[in-house]
Write a protein that binds this ligand. Sequence first.
Ligand code: PSU
Ligand code: MN
Length: 285
Amino acid sequence: MKKDVALESTVIAHGLPKGINFETALNMERAVRENGGTPRTIGILGGEIVVGLTNEQIKKLGMASNVLKVGTAEIAYATAMKRDAATTVSATMAISRTSGISVLATGGIGGVHRDIDWDVSQDIIELSRTRMIVVSAGVKSILDVPKTLEFLETFGVTIVAYRTDCFPLFHCSKSPYRINLTINSPEEAVQILKEKERLGIEGGVLVANPIPEADSMNFDELSTLIESALKSAETNGISGKALTPYLLSRLAELSDGKTLDSNISLLINNAALGGLIAASFGAEQ
Ligand code: PSU
Ligand code: MN
């Protein structure tokens, strides 16, 4: 159990194009395994919560067209109505909590959206109440990053940057936003989680893991693309749960697939670090 790494399924069903999504999900599982962890991709099929989807089940969630996107708030709807649903980071954490899993790897957590009144991801709230390690490449720069960092702090989420002193921006390894807490090894992440437990402090440890340098995009180039993607979301009246998937696919179009390549690279990189952390957790006692 200690070696388990939870993987979310929203990125498969709603975050990546069909085909590549399935392949990437399997490659993430492989990266976890190669680094000593046990992957458990989480999703909901016909109302049943599955902790450790089979390859066939992952394919089903990735290919079906009426898959709900559920955060913690919507899990019970999906189970009561016997629906197929992909779990976001918040829902995956909530399910991990009851399954005894302490490590989760994702691409990027949700946060505070830009230029929109009150669209704040449930991910932050779940991170404030579930004591587990979440590996993320920071947050997407489609979000309001300073406000997201402030919200994470307000909600008591411990944020540590992995081998860097800045908060990475998903497609970009570097950013103008500083993080004053750095860790340099998977063991240190485990120690921090254990201290939170020992001290009775609730909430997660967010490990901000920068995208590998070779696949990192230029900050200015990306900023221009994001402005344009946000404008088309506004023009098309896209909001709520549809916003993140829309912006991601618009960015892929605008960048000729570059954002997609970097997205895949950071997903694998985070799964690998998740595997190392879980292996170190499992090696204890
Ligand atoms: N980042 C990505 N792709 C994704 C997501 C984040 O690059 O698919 C998903 C994650 O599942 C995250 C969710 O938990 O989006 C946040 O959605 P919202 O902003 O609606 O809370
Ligand atoms: Mn939202």
